[in-house]
Unconditional design. Structure first.
Length: 328
């Protein structure tokens, strides 16, 4: 069926889904958490879907193992977006605008040119100024129109996924806290936020092991939570914000799964505990998405591998934030 306009389409789709938006710093377990939730029969696990255009453009692989362009489930979504909004995502993957995001891995250099990055950084600066405004003044300093369009595109994408995949819960691990806030404020009864944290010492070791400098290894983690924590706590309704630790998910997944499912309004399913039982369709995210057979493993290598000057450096720079997140 080809829809003549979005209003007509909206009348023909299920509209009883909810969204769980995961906010976390990089290497904090967001892909694992996304996959864990995605093992539920009612849940669609999307990965970092803000980078959908890049994934299509670069002919990336879906977590199911097929190329994204050929994935049967994503083809349903591409066809739906074409029918509803007239955008052919295969031919024009960036025309369906989603929230601003700059890729640092697997970069599409044809798209991510200096002018593109400059435009994003200017909008980010505007949003950064807006962060510091009193709550009552924010409405007088609206977000840029291109980002407002991105929010509505994202909600339309969620809606089509819910309809085409027959899922009532959508998990998005794009991690952009400003987008999470704006989505929740426009659809407060539909969008909930999971604030996922991990011991910064584990994040630091993971990044150091990848060849990052000491400063780089702590800076991104620290900057994310310094900005995200106060904004999420100020602008997300308390009943719609769940703070959870990666370590709790990995060490006691049954208990964490019950908590997460209660938050989503669904009953826990024990098959979630075996990541290999379900096929998911994540885009982007780390390579954990291709290894469900590894299961849910707690990574606390920092306890034995981080010591001496390395540990002292982290404690000087990130110790206070780590304590604020509940780690000692």
């Amino acid at each position: 069926m080809i829809y003549s306009n979005y209003s007509q389409a909206k009348k023909n789709v299920q509209d009883d889904f909810c969204v769980l938006y995961i906010c976390s710093a990089a290497r904090s377990g967001s892909t694992l958490t996304d996959m864990f939730l995605g093992g539920h029969s009612k849940v669609a696990s999307l990965g970092e879907v803000d980078l959908l255009g890049k994934a299509i453009s670069l002919d990336a692989t879906c977590s199911c193992g097929d190329k994204l362009r050929a994935c049967i489930q994503w083809r349903k979504i591409f066809d739906a977006i074409l029918a509803v909004q007239g955008v052919d995502l295969i031919k024009n993957p960036y025309k369906f605008k989603l929230w601003d995001i700059i890729a640092f891995n697997e970069i599409d250099y044809q798209q991510q040119k200096p002018a593109y990055r400059l435009a994003i950084n200017l909008r980010k600066a505007w949003m950064g100024i807006r962060d510091h405004l009193p709550h009552g003044l924010r409405k007088d300093f609206p977000i840029p129109p291109i980002l407002l369009k991105a929010l509505h595109n994202k909600m339309n994408l969620y809606r089509e996924i819910s309809r085409c995949w027959n899922k009532s819960v959508i998990v998005d691990s794009s991690k952009v806290f400003r987008e999470a806030i704006e989505l929740h404020q426009r659809w407060p009864d539909r969008v909930k936020v999971i604030l996922l944290v991990r011991d910064g010492r584990g994040v630091y070791l993971s990044r150091r092991s990848s060849g990052r400098s000491q400063s780089e290894s702590v800076r991104g983690w620290l900057s994310y939570y310094r900005r995200a924590l106060p904004l999420l706590e100020s602008h997300i309704t308390p009943s719609s914000l769940l703070k959870i630790r990666y370590e709790d998910i990995a060490s006691d997944p049954r208990k964490a799964g019950q908590l997460l499912c209660d938050f989503a309004g669904i009953s826990f399913e024990s098959n979630m505990l075996d990541l290999a039982q379900s096929t998911r369709h994540l885009v982007n995210g780390n390579y954990t998405k291709f290894s469900p057979g590894r299961g849910i493993q707690l990574d606390e290598r920092w306890l034995t591998e981080l010591n001496g000057e390395e540990l002292d450096f982290f404690e000087r720079i990130g110790g206070n934030m780590n304590h604020r997140l509940g780690y000692r």
